[in-house]
Design a protein around this ligand. Sequence first.
Ligand SMILES: Nc1ncnc2c1ncn2[C@@H]1O[C@H](COP(=O)(O)OP(=O)(O)OP(=O)(O)O)[C@@H](O)[C@H]1O
Ligand SMILES: [Mg+2]
Length: 503
Amino acid sequence: MKSADDLFKEFKILSVSEFFKKNADMLGYTGKIRSMTILIHEMVTNALDACEEAGILPEIRVEIDQKGESHYEISVEDNATGIPLKFIPDVFGRMLAGSKAHRNMQSRGQQGIGVSGAVMYSQVTTGQPATIISSTGDEVWKVRMNLDLQKNAGKIIEKTKIENDGWRGTKIIIEAKDVTYNRSRYSPYNYLRMSSIANPHARIEFIEPDGTKIIFPRSSKEVPKPPKIMKLHPKGMTTDDLLVMARNTKTRKLGSFLRTELSRISKKKLDEIERVSGVSMEMNTHRLTWKDAEKIIDAFKKIDFMAPSSEGLIPIGEENIMKGLSLVEPEFSIAVTRSPKTYRGGIPFIVEIGLAYGGKNEAGIDIIRYANRSPLVFDQGGCVINEAVKSIDWRRYGVNPDSTPLTLFVNIVSTHIPYTSAGKQAVAMEEEIYNEIRFGIMDACRGLKRFLSLKRRAYQKKQRKESLMKYAPESSKALSKLTGENPDKVKDLFIKLIEKRYA
Ligand SMILES: Nc1ncnc2c1ncn2[C@@H]1O[C@H](COP(=O)(O)OP(=O)(O)OP(=O)(O)O)[C@@H](O)[C@H]1O
Ligand SMILES: [Mg+2]
């Protein structure tokens, strides 16, 4: 029999990067095509986020080169702010590090693990370092680096200063094995096409492994409003959230801390919180215990607060969704931006829907899912968007889900997207989000139904006209016999009549 001493000789502390190396599938790295698309997704979402925060119209260049069997080099270049040299090791080499996770703000990234996960995948499949070229406007730095998995830290192998000719931005070059390239639905090609639809203000250039250059052009010159940091709403908080914030605040008095760091707490509300929770608002915030925090959170549940502000949420907007959908050259398109709602009591969100009919669409409904403008390509089965789409009675709107050529665009905008996993490809089944998606689709479908019935009527009219025209010569002959009029005159009159009636 083994003793505890024997067993505990095996006891080890794993770093977060060692954990994700063992569980790379949790970050989405499963299968050759999916791994390739996830690598590109992580780099492109970062580029778009950085441009958005800085108010820049994105110019993104993605290039994939084949180096061998299932072995590729991938590079992504942006024209965003660039990354200061001293942050490069943490951005690309440290997991759970970044500028987004701790800010309650709408962004594509929200975990601080995306690009460091990509560098990790590259390193463990090829053994090669990543190359980062970045400039914040002054000098350009070229850094070759890798990840120290045990320490969860980036390690610079070599850095070189390069003369700058006015460039600003970041270029990341990584190699990866166990990946492949094709143009399927799950491919980088489709991912970038989808990104372009939801980001009509971005210009994306893409070089495929065989050298084909594809440009997804910019269809809107409007820079989206930069995201705003929002205060947490009392109804969306847990005891642990409150305690962590209380430990880190500089505000000494509990009442002042709640008023300044949470939203929708007035002086009057503080009295109510004190009365319902029994916790003094005069106490020192740093002395807040778990029990006190629990009482306050319970009080939050019982008290009515104004709904959270949604001013920090930036939807794409109906006009821009239609511009994005123009990529499929539809015969008809419609977009709906629903008004802001909340889920889990206090997290604000907005649902946007777009429908594009005809044009380059193939038969059936092509559902394109997004969260904060970032395409969700995988795990559709477990996503609230798919569940909501499935629940729609499409035939009521004149749509046959198997044959009507339709693109259905759904974007969920929120300061916190409730993803089902760290791979960020599916959104959890939150009832309020589910309902909003349904309502949005039904709104848009009403517009589509009007168009389809007009189209049907126009088609029927055209068919009637064509069949009358077909019989015009025969009918005119018969009429001329009956009336004794000149056959050509009868025919002319008859055709004129049809033209007028079915103009
Ligand atoms: N191209 C870029 N330009 C400027 N800053 C960047 C760029 N790429 C990454 N960063 C910075 O590096 C941080 C870490 O990026 P990373 O992708 O690992 O996490 P994230 O984007 O914060 O969240 P997520 O894990 O959800 O992607 C970002 O928060 C951002 O501050
Ligand atoms: Mg990211």
